[in-house]
Design a protein around this ligand. Structure first.
Ligand code: ADP
Length: 548
């Protein structure tokens, strides 16, 4: 081989192979190495990665037969199930773009997103047809609707655009070549996936992931000492596959060769816990509201295989994490992320330096969102001036992120306001960073309460209230106030059968927070409203606080 070194201006190129990073590789690696490993969908369906890969090979030619071109957006409207995984793999492996849609969107948002993405095909769980089919007439760009059998017998409308997934796959010849070999180095930057942000502040925005960003994110989350997914893991993404790539857990499991357990359409606590026990799940990820719903029944199931529980999407109250640690010996590890960050940017937990810390100190460390993943840079900046603030654990500023799996723009819209002049993403979160690089989220900028010119962190106030043993869910929001501008109001759901009063809760939190932080009112509800991704909906509560 001739020496191809380029020496210019004193720099020297390395001589390693310029191979692309692709999801096709992730798929074919699992096919070669882990063909015998399980993909279980709740309800008793059990396939191997080998069988899933076989399905993907047929899906590839089925998409060709439907005339879906490279680069076309292929939407999924589906729960976490095996067919959805096949689409996760097969759509990008064939250079199409997987657009996973939140199944809880309003018809208005749904139609906006499908139109904006210009989805060519929609793959939809049979049981979910009634949620999306009424919009079909307003989605003329969708040429094909493919129904994913899911065990339900939901009626299927008679329409020539509708076909059945299993029939399409059965009729297709398998692609026998190498998906990976169809990619050149430049192709690693091809779009592989598309997710829209929730659009709580303006229309939803599309985040367009690439093969390269997805593979690097996958490796980042797999890193030992972080989630550390490995072949012996049994991974349960409770977080929906339409919520920011289920935090990378499906691709991570496939890359690591871990078994995958997919919970299907039910998020019922007993169902999830039975699945965890029966499949000996080692790693699971969910938003705090789901962990809250599972907490009362933890001791009724054998969860002894569990080694890592991931919580993100909103702050995990320390009391909740401690409930898990006491019951099953595993706390909930914080992960901070957002759709724009693929989504994982930061992972919590203690490090060697905390070994000798007191139990209370360790709880405090675990309450932090944690340290950035390799290749991710975080900083905080003054909201007014944009000047970077010190990493002293005290200064509070807007969190900004940069890295190879962080969005650099939004699909088909200019959004200069979301990025700094030097290309960092402005997250809209307020945080501190300490000298060890631990990030603590103070609040979302829009959730912070401004009272008499001073800020009150809704997150901290919620953590204090949630530490009362009778509190199941709590959200603190601002109510407009003529004197103070805004005052905090706490919405609380109590454990069944409890009648804890506002005065008791005030007494509980008084030693923990400044006097002027104490909520003006406690509003008790049976359960608090949730967003489409299962987080507590502060938007809905703010509206009700405003009009109360
Ligand atoms: P949305 O909630 O708007 O649908 P995302 O799911 O992308 O969109 O949420 C991103 C936001 O969720 C972050 O900006 C942050 O405010 C919040 N978040 C995510 N993870 C955590 C965490 N571990 N702790 C606190 N807040 C978090």
């Amino acid at each position: 081989m001739p020496d191809q070194s380029r020496v210019a201006g004193g720099v020297l190129d390395g001589l390693m192979q310029p191979r692309p990073l692709t999801i096709a590789h992730v798929l074919e690696r699992a096919e070669r190495l882990f063909a015998h490993k399980d993909v279980v969908t709740a309800g008793g369906e059990r396939l191997t990665y080998g069988e899933v890969a076989g399905q993907v090979r047929r899906l590839a030619t089925a998409l060709d037969a439907l005339g879906v071109p490279a680069g076309a957006r292929v939407a999924t409207f589906a729960s976490n199930n095996r067919r959805h995984l096949e689409l996760y793999l097969g759509v990008p492996a064939t250079k199409r773009v997987l657009h996973s849609i939140n199944i809880r969107l309003s018809a208005e948002h749904l139609e906006y997103i499908v139109g904006h993405a210009e989805d060519d095909v929609v793959f939809v769980d049979r049981g979910l047809l009634p949620r999306i089919w009424p919009s079909a007439g307003r989605l003329p760009g969708v040429r094909h609707w493919v129904v994913l059998p899911d065990g339900t017998d939901t009626p299927i409308p008679a329409d020539p655009r509708i076909s059945d997934y299993d029939e399409l796959i059965a009729a297709a010849e398998p692609f026998t070549g190498s998906f990976e070999d169809t990619f050149t180095l430049a192709d690693e930057n091809l779009a592989s996936g598309l997710c829209y942000t929730s659009g709580t502040t303006g229309p939803p925005k599309g985040v367009l992931y690439s093969h390269r960003s997805t593979v690097l994110h996958c490796l980042g989350t797999l890193a030992a000492g972080l989630i550390g997914l490995c072949e012996s893991d049994v991974v349960l993404p409770i977080v929906p596959m339409f919520h920011a790539n289920a935090w990378g857990l499906p691709y991570g499991a496939v890359m690591a060769g871990a078994s995958l357990v997919l919970p299907g359409a039910s998020a019922e606590p007993a169902h999830l816990l039975r699945l965890m026990a029966a499949e000996r799940v080692t790693v699971a990820g969910a938003v705090p509201t789901v962990w809250t719903s599972l907490a009362p029944q933890l001791r009724d199931h054998d969860l002894s295989a569990t080694r890592f529980l991931l919580g993100g999407g909103s702050a995990v109250p320390p009391a909740l994490s401690e409930t898990y640690r006491a019951a099953i010996g595993v706390p909930i590890t914080h992960s901070w992320g957002m759709t724009e960050v693929s989504p994982v940017g930061v992972i919590g937990g203690t490090r060697t330096q905390h070994r000798d810390a007191t139990a209370a100190e360790q709880v405090a460390v675990r309450a932090a969102q944690g340290q950035p993943l390799p290749l991710v840079n975080v900083r905080i900046a003054d909201v007014e001036t944009g000047a970077e603030l010190p990493r002293d654990g005290q200064a509070v500023g807007e969190l900004q992120v940069a890295g190879p799996w962080v969005a650099g723009g939004y699909f088909k819209v200019g959004e200069a306001g979301s990025f700094t002049g030097d290309g960092w993403l402005r997250t809209g979160d307020l945080a501190t960073i300490d000298a060890d690089g631990y990030l603590r989220l103070v609040d979302r900028m829009k959730d912070l309460i401004k009272s008499g010119g001073e800020w009150i962190s809704s997150v901290e106030l919620e953590a204090a209230i949630a530490s009362h043993p009778d509190v199941v869910e709590v959200a603190v929001v601002a109510r407009p106030d003529p004197r103070w501008m805004e005052r905090p109001v706490a919405y609380v759901a109590l454990r069944e059968g409890r009648a804890t009063t506002a005065d008791e809760l005030l007494g509980h939190i008084t030693p923990m927070v400044a006097k002027w932080w104490l909520p003006d009112e406690f509003v008790f509800m049976a359960t608090l409203p949730k967003t489409g991704t299962g987080k507590l909906s502060k938007l809905a509560l703010r509206d009700s606080a405003r009009t109360a």
